[in-house]
Ligand binder design. Structure first.
Ligand code: CS2
Length: 494
């Protein structure tokens, strides 16, 4: 049990217990960055880079103001506000870990309760970067088909209720009205930090599509006064668990309900396209480049694609933790084969040596200290398959590669939606793009889920028919033999 604890809010540099890192700078920060979506990933990644930057003597006007859009974030925001934006981050490799207090987040706004405050923060001319992690699905944009999902109820809501928006786009619209009146001082960078191929381009397309509907006169401002750098972000950050806070309480006697853990690996490659200036994050390990695409393709296809490859089948096989799944010889073999035979041949440039990168990934997946959750990897599977795997499918088809493993991946996704492990235990499904009703209604025609506009399009081309037939083949095997047995068959046959 935890020893008697003091609140993180009451801690100072002088009273911070030994072993717990304290921000090595004065927290007299002003806001230069507003970040929308203050989930675990932002707090383990971007906020940690800025914390390092400030500790390295960086300019204090690059403090972060975090905005939460999701009503479900209410409690987190309340706790973070109580501790002045600070929280404990535990960085873990398989052997060691370090605990530190992150101080770069200095202001928080819970938008559902304070929409005007959020709009004002986004419109503040001292803010030079508006960044975001709103998840893959949050962009409401299909890059392949160049389509903005304007019919989404939240988008419709924002068009009808400009003063109380729900989506990022509605907020940026209101902020833009003010910024556009400021001339050069209103220029700003919109930086996406989501795992979306060409995330900056997607953000730009979605924003322009939205403003076209909302207020076309503002479109030139979004085109000329905003830059949209692409970026590749990387750090495995499991969903925060009670154990993270318990650890901090036990070790240091500090009470921090916002504590979280992540792996020690961290990487950020950013297109150097900041219209209104940026912090010199290269001083603390971020890489700036003219073209991010080869980095993001490598990362999304090898890391995120492999996560899905092992995620659904591993979950069906009964593994709840990623580190345990990857230590299963059959799952490891599947992931290795996927990396080398399916993903690698679709990557045109070897910006990071493949073999070394893949070996590191296997090690990272096996990190037993972070004990990453399969439920997290599988969550929002539809949008993730679309973003991480569909580009591999398209390229693999073009290259004439064997499609069996990729078909098996989609088959395991469909079987996972049935909600039971191979031995009949319930699975936890988090799928934003599929209601329970839709899930039930398609139970006897699972393939129909892949033929929707969201993945393959209404009328699959010839190549898709062949691929979908292969998915069906593996789906039938997965449901009749179990995911794990079907995997063994796949490995034996291919
Ligand atoms: C994961 C990512 O959610 C997922 O499916 O693949 O969150 C992954 O852990 C990060 O992208 C690592 O940088």
């Amino acid at each position: 049990m935890s020893r008697s604890s003091q609140s993180l809010a009451d801690l100072t540099a002088a009273t911070c217990p030994d072993g717990l890192g304290w921000p090595a700078y004065e927290r007299k920060l002003t806001t230069g960055i507003v970040h929308v979506g203050v989930g675990g990933f932002h707090r383990a990644h971007q906020a940690r880079y800025l914390d390092d930057y400030l500790a390295a003597g960086g300019e204090s006007h690059w403090g972060i103001c975090g905005i939460g859009l999701m009503p479900s974030d209410a409690k987190l925001f309340q706790s973070l506000q109580q501790q002045h934006g600070m929280y404990c981050l535990t960085e873990k490799d398989d052997q060691d870990s370090t605990d530190r207090v992150i101080g770069s987040l200095h202001r928080l706004i819970f938008a559902p309760e304070n929409p005007q405050e959020a709009i004002d923060a986004l419109a503040d001319p001292d803010v030079k970067i508006i960044s975001m992690t709103i998840t893959e699905g949050g962009y409401r944009y299909d890059f392949d088909k160049d389509r903005f999902f304007s019919e989404h109820p939240d988008i419709q809501h924002d068009l009808a209720h400009p003063q109380a928006p729900k989506t990022l786009f509605g907020y940026l619209w209101q902020a833009a009205k003010k910024r556009a009146a400021l001339g050069d001082a209103g220029k700003v960078t919109f930086m996406s930090c989501d795992n979306v191929p060409h995330n900056g381009n997607v953000l730009r397309k979605a924003m322009l599509a939205f403003i076209e509907l909302a207020e076309p006169d503002l479109k030139p401002w979004f085109e000329q006064s905003v830059s949209y750098p692409n970026s590749m972000v990387d750090r495995i950050t499991p969903a925060p668990e009670a154990a993270d806070a318990e650890r901090i309480a036990e070790r240091y006697g500090v009470n921090d309900p916002c504590a979280l853990g992540c792996e020690s690996f961290i990487q950020w490659v950013i297109e150097d396209n900041f219209i209104a200036g940026r912090p010199a994050l290269e001083k603390v390990g971020a890489e700036f480049t003219r073209d991010v695409s080869p980095y993001e393709m490598t990362k999304l296809r090898l890391l995120n694609g492999s996560h899905l490859m092992m995620g659904f089948v591993g979950y069906l096989a009964g593994y709840e933790r990623v580190d345990l799944a990857i230590k299963d010889a059959a799952i490891l073999q599947l992931v290795r084969q996927y990396m080398e035979l399916d993903a690698e041949p679709t990557l045109a440039q070897e910006v990071m040596p493949f073999r070394a990168y893949e070996d590191t990934l296997i090690e990272r997946f096996g990190n037993s200290q972070i004990a990453d959750q399969q439920v997290r990897i599988c969550s929002d599977g539809y949008a993730k398959l679309k973003n991480y795997v569909m580009p591999v499918v398209r390229d693999a088809q073009r290259h004439g590669l064997s499609m069996h493993r990729l078909a098996f991946l989609f088959a395991t996704f469909l079987a996972y939606l049935n909600g039971e492990t191979d031995d009949g235990r319930p699975l936890r499904i988090i799928e934003f793009n599929l209601s329970d009703e839709q899930n039930q209604a398609t139970r006897h025609d699972r393939l129909s889920l892949l033929k929707t506009d969201a993945l393959f399009g209404q009328q699959p081309a010839g190549q898709d028919e062949a691929f979908l037939a292969l998915v069906e083949h593996w789906y039938l095997r997965v449901v009749s033999e179990g995911g794990y047995n079907a995997l063994k068959a796949l490995l034996a046959e291919q």
